[in-house]
Design a protein around this ligand. Structure first.
Ligand code: SAH
Ligand code: SF4
Length: 344
């Protein structure tokens, strides 16, 4: 196992069989995680970047089989935050030291380019020292360009799975893996710092699919990769499926860190939701970003991508303090900075 880890650290890639062997390795005190931590610390130090997440709409026109916000879930009370509410979230976050705001939502056609650019423009003008990240799904290249021109810096669009057949088993026929990947390439060409990512343990996923994800990431060369376990939601077709595993998620994080030491790699909310120390374990496996929720507390329970999501009760005022403490305990420091990608 040690030889494989050393080989990955050196070559940044392995054969499919070797990747699969590492993925299934025992996690506890593993050499894989130790090397991933070292790689992360060489680029970013023992510092953790934070991003303030603003879940500004839970309307979605799509019907992804895994997601609680899918249009077919009529049990969701839908909401959109007003401009004032969004700006309040940013104000609270700024006061706590957040220098990146992530606007995330379902794919909501209410948000035309005009409406989105108005929001981006307001944040850009009020907080010129902050990064603005969007996570609002697939749009046309022209639309992406307008959002970029309005002042957005980064864009998160998980590819969900790089395998075409697997993708088609997680989404209805009106969504295509080709378009998802095209969006990612367009975003990158336009100049966004781009984040892709995938679900760990989504129904039907094989170890070979995860290897395909690694190879897709290698080819796309994104600034960020968001990965987290699939967690079932009771009002979806996957209600009775098993959640993705902790070990598998941690090993995938560590492998990604060694493949690309300068990646921005969040310890995701989903990871924190399957284990009470999930986020800390994610950091110790090589992650370096945490994204606490800045959304108004009364809307959080309406933004349930999956069941038992953590952080739906916390006041935003406590978000920073809580993360600071969690990271201190494991010897890391949360910093007040935009936390841009370091090209090496
Ligand atoms: N609508 C946008 C952004 C919101 S969804 C989009 O789809 O890109 C953000 C992410 O939540 C998705 O990319 C997906 O990977 C994740 N997600 C959705 N349902 C989930 C579930 N049941 N378990 C874990 N993650 C989930
Ligand atoms: Fe909509 Fe995103 Fe959920 Fe799919 S994953 S249903 S696009 S919010």
């Amino acid at each position: 196992m040690r030889e494989l880890v050393d080989k990955l650290a050196q070559n940044r890639v392995l054969s499919a069989e070797e990747f699969k062997e590492l993925l299934s390795a025992e996690c506890e005190n593993s050499y894989l995680h130790q090397r991933a931590r070292e790689a992360q610390q060489r680029v970013y130090g023992k510092k953790i970047f934070i991003r303030g997440l603003v879940e500004f709409t839970n309307y979605c026109k799509h019907n992804c089989y895994y997601c609680g916000l899918r249009s077919g879930n009529t049990g969701v009370q839908r909401y959109r935050l007003s401009m004032e509410q969004i700006m309040e979230c940013c104000q609270t976050g700024y006061g706590m030291g957040f220098r990146t705001f992530v606007l995330q939502g379902g794919e909501d056609d209410y948000y035309t380019d005009d409406r989105l650019t108005e929001i981006i423009g307001n944040i850009r003008e009020t907080y010129p020292d902050c990064a603005i990240t969007l996570s609002v799904g697939e749009r046309s290249r022209e639309s992406f360009q307008r959002l970029f021109d309005a002042g957005a810096d980064r864009y998160l669009l998980r590819h969900e799975t790089a395998n075409i057949h697997h993708y088609n088993s997680l989404h209805p026929a009106n969504m295509s893996p080709e378009n998802r990947k095209k969006c990612l390439r367009d975003l990158k060409e336009i100049g966004f710092q781009v984040g892709c990512g995938f679900l760990i343990g989504s129904p039907g996923q094989t170890p070979d699919n995860i290897v395909e994800d690694f190879l897709f990431i290698k080819e796309l060369d994104p600034a960020m990769v968001g990965i987290g376990p699939f967690i079932p939601h009771s009002a979806t077709p996957f209600a009775n499926e098993q959640a993705g595993g902790l070990n598998l998620t941690l090993n995938a994080l560590a492998i990604l860190r060694l493949m690309k030491p300068n990646l921005l790699l969040p310890a995701t909310t989903a990871l924190g939701s399957i284990h009470e120390k999930g986020r800390e374990m994610g950091i110790l496996a090589g992650a370096n970003v945490v994204m606490p929720n800045l959304s108004p507390v009364d809307t959080r329970k309406k933004y349930l991508l999956y069941d038992s999501k953590i952080g739906t009760e916390d006041e935003p005022q406590n978000a920073r303090e809580k993360i600071d403490k969690q990271m201190q305990v494991i010897g890391y420091e949360v910093i007040t900075a935009r936390g841009d990608y370091v090209a090496i």
